[in-house]
Design a protein around this ligand. Structure first.
Ligand code: NAP
Ligand code: GCO
Length: 263
């Protein structure tokens, strides 16, 4: 019998306050996992508690910046002491800065890479010892179509997400022998606060040009929703994917397979 259950498992979803992370946390809870989340702002932690309460989910939140190794190590130690070993890590926290490369300051490039690539490294490094000791573990990195493709203004983000794809493969390579699976989800264009600027209704009431572009480029002819990622996340977090490792599961409505509808 295929086992999709997460009963008795502890899942840490970084940045799991709203958007994709929150939807994934809801899905993992629905499969039986105990949810822990973090935000780098107290406002975010408070918002997370409020959002989980609405869903009837008894989640535990931490004020923790994924780029701060000391904070991450302390958070993981407290989770392991008060709740239990982390069985599932979802490296979801991330930002994007849309700036033409020659106008982008190095500090902005570094900040995106720090949060979107170094943060997942720091969090994975913190949870791996517990997973090795327990004899199993699941790490799910949230990559992106920009792990495969570039586009104007997202140089830092694409570099970080491309690196995150290779970090996924390297964790697989280095820790697969301990029954630890590290995979990634590569969402397509998902309707969340992060992409809200790309979907703004124009002054004349028309859809944003980029919105129209994505619709034409996606066979499903729609933006994804955070809910579209819930099933793939449960699959990669469960025993059902124990022989899947180093894989990026693209949940993109087919956009990566499609040349796009003729204008
Ligand atoms: P979002 O709505 O902007 O949420 C990102 C979350 O990460 C927020 O809760 C944010 O907290 C948190 N965060 C940011 N920096 C952090 C830090 N240093 N430490 C801890 N938490 C931090 O983004 P989303 O659209 O849900 O995306 C979630 C993930 O999916 C990101 O990695 C993103 O790159 C990726 N992704 C998104 C799409 C898409 O189309 N939306 C597609 C592919 C991949 P604050 O609230 O304090 O900012
Ligand atoms: C952008 C978007 C994308 C999505 C996602 C696509 O500006 O192109 O924000 O980067 O967030 O990463 O998979």
């Amino acid at each position: 019998m295929v086992n999709f259950s997460l009963e008795g498992k502890v899942a840490l979803v970084t940045g799991g306050v709203y958007g994709i992370g929150f939807a994934i946390a809801k899905a993992l809870h629905g499969a039986g996992a105990r949810i822990v989340f973090n935000s780098n702002t107290q406002q975010g932690v408070d918002m997370g508690y409020a959002n989980y309460k609405v869903e009837g989910i008894d989640a535990k939140g931490y004020l923790c910046d994924v780029t701060n190794e000391e904070e991450v190590q302390a958070m993981v130690a407290d989770i392991e002491k008060t709740i239990g070993t982390i069985d599932i890590l979802v490296n979801n926290a991330g930002i994007i800065k849309r700036i033409p490369m020659i106008e982008m300051e190095a500090k902005d490039f570094r900040q995106v890479v720090d949060i979107d690539l170094v943060g997942p490294f720091i969090c994975a490094k913190a949870v791996l010892p517990g997973m090795i000791k327990k004899g199993h573990g699941k790490i799910i990195n949230i990559c992106s179509m920009m792990s495969e493709l570039g586009r104007e203004t997202v140089s830092a983000y694409a570099a970080a997400k491309g690196g995150l794809k290779m970090l996924t493969r390297n964790i697989c390579s280095e820790y697969g022998e301990y029954n630890i699976q590290c995979n990634a989800i590569g969402p397509g264009y998902i309707a969340t606060p992060q992409t809200a600027p790309l979907r703004e209704i124009q002054p004349d009431g028309s859809r944003h040009p980029f919105d129209q572009f994505i619709i034409a480029k996606t066979p499903a002819a729609r933006w994804g929703t955070p809910e579209d990622l819930m099933g793939p996340a449960v699959f990669l977090a469960s025993d059902a994917s124990d022989f899947v490792n180093g894989h990026v599961l693209y949940v993109d409505g087919g956009i990566l397979a499609y040349i796009g509808k003729q204008p």
